[in-house]
Design a protein. Structure first.
Length: 259
């Protein structure tokens, strides 16, 4: 299936590993030229080279902290007119709400709400002028089904979701569509690290704890970054122009909900 985006330009944030990398690879396989970002230069450049080798597309790697104004400026300097924007940033730490002071909340809101809003603000008018734009925000299943230990994420990402619900409907008439992908349990380094912390808190070994978590998922397993990336690529396709302001759960059925 041809997604109709060959030759388009994309910014993919936090793309050196995990879900961001999955999205970058999937877009590259559709012929999209990439500007990818992460904080760790060697890991990022290794990802960029692997994508270039496999797909032959142009991949520009910008090592910077996307949650800072300087980091965003560096990425936008490398790709000032993207057709596709995939917003992604590491989630805030897990814990108890009593552990989080004002600075922790400000950081969570900056990283997971303000940063994607600033990137949309910087790129959306160009998309409108070109009559094509696709924006995918990677949020979390906790937006629909809050998890107590993810309180910082619950709050910050819910704020982004509310903002997107309004903005997406303002720009859809210009063939600029914005949607959110809500990952559940995926086999990423972040997921595994979080499970290790929770298993230690529960006094269980990691493998036993992880197996129990997988058993709770109707699909019976954790997701893979590759299948997450393919879902992102479809939302960025030319055929996705009538999917507007949606929150797509991609969680193996873990969230038990009718709608």
């Amino acid at each position: 299936m041809d997604y109709g985006i060959r030759g388009k330009k994309a910014i993919v944030c936090a793309a050196s590993q995990g879900l961001g990398r999955g999205c970058a690879i999937a877009l590259a396989r559709e012929g999209v030229d990439l500007t990818i970002n992460a904080r760790t230069a060697p890991t990022l450049e290794a990802t960029a080279e692997a994508i270039r080798r496999e797909t032959g597309v142009s991949v520009v790697a910008v090592a910077a902290d996307i949650t800072t104004a300087a980091g965003r400026a560096a990425v936008l300097a490398a790709c000032p007119e993207p057709d596709i924007l995939v917003n992604n940033a590491g989630g805030p730490p897990i814990g108890d709400f009593r552990d989080w002071n004002e600075d922790a909340w400000i950081a969570a809101v900056n990283n997971n709400m303000i940063t994607p809003i600033m990137l949309m603000r910087a790129t959306i008018d160009g998309m409108i002028a070109r009559r094509f734009g696709r924006i995918v925000n990677i949020t979390s299943r906790s937006v629909k089904a809050p998890l107590a230990h993810l309180g910082l994420s619950n709050g910050a990402r819910a704020g982004l979701t509310g903002f997107v619900a309004g903005l997406a409907r303002q720009v859809a008439k210009h063939n600029v569509v914005i949607n959110n992908l809500l990952p559940g349990p995926f086999a990423t380094d972040r997921q595994i690290d979080g499970l290790r912390k929770l298993s230690a808190k529960a006094g269980q070994d990691y493998q036993t704890f992880a197996s129990a978590r997988m058993a709770e998922i109707p699909a019976g397993r954790f997701g893979t970054p590759d299948e997450f990336g393919r879902a992102c690529a479809f939302l960025c396709s030319a055929d996705a122009g009538f999917i507007v302001g949606q929150n797509l759960l991609i969680d193996g059925g873990a969230v038990n909900t009718t709608l």
